[in-house]
Design a protein around this ligand. Structure first.
Ligand SMILES: Cc1ncc(COP(=O)(O)O)c(C=O)c1O
Length: 384
């Protein structure tokens, strides 16, 4: 592959690191992180009660424009809870994309529901509304009770979970229209898309709920953390209740009224999250600058393209993404770059190929298969 070495050299020059290891995405702690974390230790409020959790939720509301935010221990639990509230349970189905991080499918499986895999678009890397519409028209009816029924399996389709891959927004407005038409709840897996917009609207605000991750590899991190956002008062109340062991308010008694979870984000993590969110704009600007440097370089090359998302969207450029023309070029670049300590990664193995999901209904994976053999993520960290 002729271009591998010049690309590796270019990445090194961009990060001004001539020899040392370059990670794919390192966290950047340039603000009040130590101060706020120390504050939780000194106050002893490190666990599931504390002011930083509320502050984090208020900051997420202001960033996303959502009316409510419920902080959770990670993005997987946020999605699990959101799907349970949306009605996912045994003998139901949830639509998602085959090209996603395994947590999306796992969260569906945790509710007892079965994932149904529908293809992605090549330009957004997210769920394809065209493929979704074709599936709905051919195989789904809305019954007398107003439920979407999959005529293949006889099961109710309760929810659809598109994922904004690497921070590039999916065609979420078209997906949302289809969900409304077929009475399917839209829950966005926005784990990777904090700071990504469609028009003026933040990703995660197009359906009944959106979920986020603050894992160490994300745009901003709190070690481990997640969030559900929603504009619905009843959903917010229910999410908070289920995430806090369904404990009823009482001055000292332990009264719990249903089976629930210990999913609330601890205050020590929320402290870190607040310090990180304070710097979100700065981090996004820095990452956009990196993406524009990459864009200029890759626009000159012919055997690889640099993903920039679609019109009317603002990606956060969480992980910068290349699509090679041929699978052999992807493999050669992955091997050479990692050998030379420039960390690069392929996109995930398709969900329908994993042993636990291989028997799930898989409608169409043509574009997902194409991308899985060609996509590579290149170093994307904040550059101080
Ligand atoms: C698309 C997607 N969904 C869900 C998750 C789960 O988030 P977490 O690792 O915080 O559980 C992640 C990230 O890790 C992700 O990338």
């Amino acid at each position: 592959m002729s271009n591998a070495q010049p690309i590796i050299n270019f990445i090194r020059s961009v990060f001004r690191v001539p020899e040392a290891f370059i990670p794919l995405h390192a966290p950047y702690f340039g603000g009040n992180e130590k101060k706020y974390v120390l504050d939780t230790i000194e106050s002893t409020f490190v666990s599931s009660v504390g002011a930083y959790v509320h502050q984090f939720e208020a900051m997420m509301q202001s960033i996303t424009g959502a009316k409510h935010c419920i902080a959770t221990v990670n993005g997987t639990t946020a999605l699990h809870l959101a799907l349970q509230i949306a009605g996912a349970t045994h003998n139901t189905e949830v639509i998602t994309q085959p090209l996603t991080f395994v947590a999306t499918a796992n969260a569906i499986a945790h509710t007892g529901a079965s994932p149904v895999f529908i293809d992605v678009d090549k330009d957004t890397l997210g769920l394809s509304p065209a493929a979704f519409a074709e599936f709905l028209e051919k195989h789904v009816v809305v019954n007398d009770e107003g439920y979407a029924i999959n005529t293949h399996t006889g099961k109710r389709i309760v929810a659809c979970v598109p994922m904004h891959t690497f921070g590039f927004p999916a065609r979420i407005e078209a997906i949302s229209e289809l969900c409304s038409k077929y009475h399917i709840a839209l829950v966005e897996d926005a784990a990777e898309s904090l700071g990504s917009y469609v028009g003026e609207k933040h990703t995660g605000t197009f359906g009944i709920m959106g979920t986020f991750s603050f894992n160490g590899n994300k745009t901003v991190t709190c070690g481990g953390g997640g969030a559900i956002i929603t504009n619905d008062d009843a959903i917010a109340q229910r999410a908070k209740h289920l995430s806090t062991t369904a404990k009823l308010p009482h001055a000292y008694e332990f009264v719990h009224d249903e089976v629930a979870y210990n999913y609330r984000m601890p205050n020590i993590n929320a402290a870190l999250a607040c310090a990180q969110l304070e710097q979100l704009d700065k981090i996004l600007t820095n990452k956009k600058d990196l993406a524009s440097t990459y864009t200029k370089y890759f626009n000159e090359l012919t055997d690889v393209s640099f993903v920039t998302g679609i019109e009317n969207t603002v990606p956060n450029y969480w992980l910068n993404t290349l699509v090679f023309n041929a699978p052999a070029e992807q493999q050669s670049f992955l091997q050479k770059s990692n050998e030379q300590k420039v960390m690069t990664r392929p996109i995930w193995q398709l969900m329908n190929e994993l042993p636990m999901y291989k028997n799930c209904l898989t409608v169409n994976v043509e574009n997902a298969t194409y991308l899985s053999k060609r996509v590579v993520n290149i170093p994307s960290s904040y550059r101080p």
